[in-house]
Design a protein around this ligand. Sequence first.
Ligand SMILES: *[C@@H]1O[C@H](CO)[C@@H](O)[C@H](O)[C@H]1NC(C)=O
Ligand SMILES: *[C@@H]1O[C@H](CO)[C@@H](O)[C@H](O)[C@H]1NC(C)=O
Ligand SMILES: *[C@@H]1O[C@H](CO)[C@@H](O)[C@H](O)[C@H]1NC(C)=O
Ligand SMILES: *[C@@H]1O[C@H](CO)[C@@H](O)[C@H](O)[C@H]1NC(C)=O
Ligand SMILES: *[C@@H]1O[C@H](CO)[C@@H](O)[C@H](O)[C@H]1NC(C)=O
Length: 301
Amino acid sequence: MRAATCLLLCLFLSVVDGAVQLARQGRAVQDQAKLRQPLPPRLLAAGRRLLHQLLPAAIGDLPYLQTLTFRKLTNVTGPVQPAIAKLNHLKSLRLDHLNLTGSVPVWLSTLKNLTYLDLSFNSLTGSIPGQLADLPNLDALHLDRNGLTGPIPDSFGRFGGKFPSLFLSHNRLSGQIPASMANYNTDFSIDLSRNQLQGDASVLFGAEKSVLFVDISRNLFEFDFSKIAVFPPNMTNLDVNHNRIYGSIPAAMAELDLQFLNVSYNRLCGEIPTGGKLQGFDSSAYFHNRCLCGAPLDSCK
Ligand SMILES: *[C@@H]1O[C@H](CO)[C@@H](O)[C@H](O)[C@H]1NC(C)=O
Ligand SMILES: *[C@@H]1O[C@H](CO)[C@@H](O)[C@H](O)[C@H]1NC(C)=O
Ligand SMILES: *[C@@H]1O[C@H](CO)[C@@H](O)[C@H](O)[C@H]1NC(C)=O
Ligand SMILES: *[C@@H]1O[C@H](CO)[C@@H](O)[C@H](O)[C@H]1NC(C)=O
Ligand SMILES: *[C@@H]1O[C@H](CO)[C@@H](O)[C@H](O)[C@H]1NC(C)=O
């Protein structure tokens, strides 16, 4: 056990130290200065309890780093290492499936070249800093599976550059989707599922949007579904199950090339429009509503 622990720590430190030496020799101006967790999983169990901090502050001595990935080390606790703030060439920062605590640092918004930020599957708390919308190059923001509270920042309707895909599921976010998100558009995904968000989510839809995946399931959203006249034309996946959505399923939904749909456990009524993919889903995509009817549910009386 002791030998294995030493081996773990020595390996860990020598990798970091090696990388630091490299930087000091001025040879770190590389397109892909990748620093990855190199340890065999077998050894991790032994050393886990000794690693109180995820990354040593020496990481700040690697100013040319563009990619930093540390993931899937359970029982590693502590805040996001503040020295990462010095790595202003970073394009990709992945610190996921760890057990990071504390808040999502505001200083992340100074890493202007970030295209990918993943802090998912941690124990982060506090609210989402609105300053993250100052990141002009972000393609994807993963803050899902944490203990985040408070609202979606108003600034998320005004991202500095393009709009990133947003993964905010499995937190304790509350309040309404900010009205500014009517401007929000991404060509991939928005996942707000399993929070305590409420009010109207219809701002996420519209003909001008290019979003493919929308998941707002398991929240407290309450709005009239019928009023959505047009969905994003390329939308393939829509999950709104377990909310308080009322009205009927819009006819426009039959025009979509949907691969996945789930509107179950809401307060919808009326006939399921016929056409498109709508009759291809099984009844569980529609069940537990107030009075939906028509195929694949029972025919309307
Ligand atoms: C995460 O850390 C907390 C508090 O330090 C601890 O109670 C919990 O067991 C840890 N969970 C994992 C998966 O490491
Ligand atoms: C994390 O730590 C807790 C408490 O020390 C322990 O019960 C749990 O088994 C650990 N989890 C892992 C994946 O090592
Ligand atoms: C950010 O990226 C741009 C374009 O690739 C580059 O010119 C600039 O030097 C980068 N800034 C930093 C701090 O790496
Ligand atoms: C939908 O997809 C087509 C084909 O990929 C593309 O040309 C079009 O711009 C997309 N529409 C929107 C609104 O993103
Ligand atoms: C829809 O979601 C409900 C609730 O999570 C689930 O029971 C049902 O199996 C799902 N159906 C489909 C087709 O996804």
